[in-house]
Design a protein around this ligand. Sequence first.
Ligand SMILES: [Zn+2]
Length: 525
Amino acid sequence: MGTLAFVVYFQTQHLNAGVTLSLVLLPFEPVRFVLLIGWVYICFYFVQRVQFSPLVSKKYKSIAKITTLFTGPLLLFVLLIVDARKKSLESNRGIFAVIKEQLEHISARLGTKEESAIQLVDSSGRSITEIYGHGKGRQKDSHVLDVTEQIVADALEEQASDILIDPTDEMTYTVRFRVDGVLREVDRIEAAECQAVINSIKAVSNMDIAERRRPQDGAFLAKTPEGTVSFRVASAGAVNGEKLSVRVLSQSGGMFKLTNIGLSKKQRAIIQDALAKPSGMVLMCGPTGSGKTTTLYAMLEEIDLFTRNVITVEDPIEYVLPNASQIEVNPKAGITFAKSLRSILRQDPDVICVGEIRDEETAAIALRASQTGHLVLATIHTSSNASALVRLLDLGVSSLLLSSGLNVLISQRLFRRLCRDCKRPAQLSQTQIRDFSRKGIDSTRIYEAAGCEQCRQTGYRGRTAIFDILTLDHQLKASIASGDLSITQLRKEGDKKGKSNMQKQGLKKVISGITSFEELKRVVG
Ligand SMILES: [Zn+2]
């Protein structure tokens, strides 16, 4: 008798659990509603069975009924714990953290689905649902699109500059954000689901979904309540699958000013002076991710776009400037920096901005323009001011052209600011303290990173830059023009001098508590 009753209960609960699980996992509401009614119905059906069953003796009936009603949810709870335990062992995280995350996940899925605050569209304005949300698995697609939109929304909220999606192994993909220049893992997604997410991004970026190995480029836009943000996408085949990197562009358009990017008063005056001149070249130097583009836009912000005709050539256009003409290069379509520059010059601009000097032709046209009544702003991918001079000479630019066109060289590095909410006085050694006091430096204002909720335990929030500025005065121009400045000498001493200038600038920021010694070391060495 007991055994049979148990079998009945077990089957009921098994069914209950199955139904409950699908309730939790199903994103589609009407189906969820029907299943809920079904579950309630089955519960009552079995309570009835217990009530009239001759197999259960009278005195156990109420207990049996209660058990029937509650074992379902209880079993679901046990299943969740077991699953969480498994995940916690896999990911090396605490079981409570996993449970909390899962409950949030479930409540987000069960909660009434809000009209998404972010909408992904392709360059012609078609939404991601129009492009991707068709076909057999529409429900599944709708879930995939939710995940995609959530990833993009999270990246924007955290002010990430890049989203990187890579296969970890055959089963899982990792999603990482680059925030303040540092990569951080934000999610792990099961391979099949993540491949669908990658496909949806490729679809909205007008890329070929079927091509998974050959590198591809694309772009899409996100419409948010704060405005439109553009993204650059690159995909390529990788071991165990396909990797995708998404660059977040134009997020803080118009926000950069020369006053808030970290320049000292003296440095700002030098740049403003150069920008006020009708001609000459201001050249930004720095490796990838050093913030040259930001400074370039801050300089353009300083220029009156109404009275001066400004034209930019960029790859890609990162921020939209309301009153400037911006041209995006596209080497595949034959639109190169050099070609664009030539056509721009026919439009008689006052200010020309060259996204990046990569070849001799571009360098020569830009320098010649800077000699003939145009203010030219440009960037070059080198580590220091001296190496920029070396690079230009290496490219084959004549020393005479270089010396007459170039006015100011600026190289820069970005570093993270200490989080204001949790930074703590640095633990300095006795020798360090003695050293500082001998130099008359107040070492009590030196701080180090701690970590709190505000900064997601990193100890840093936001970034600022340090600059090394070189003005080409008459003497320097003369020595470049006469070829007195030998390349080998420049190469040997320039980088060293640049580095020590940077270290000096960085140290100032450490002493005033803006950043830490560790961060300075990480960036400048
Ligand atoms: Zn903090």
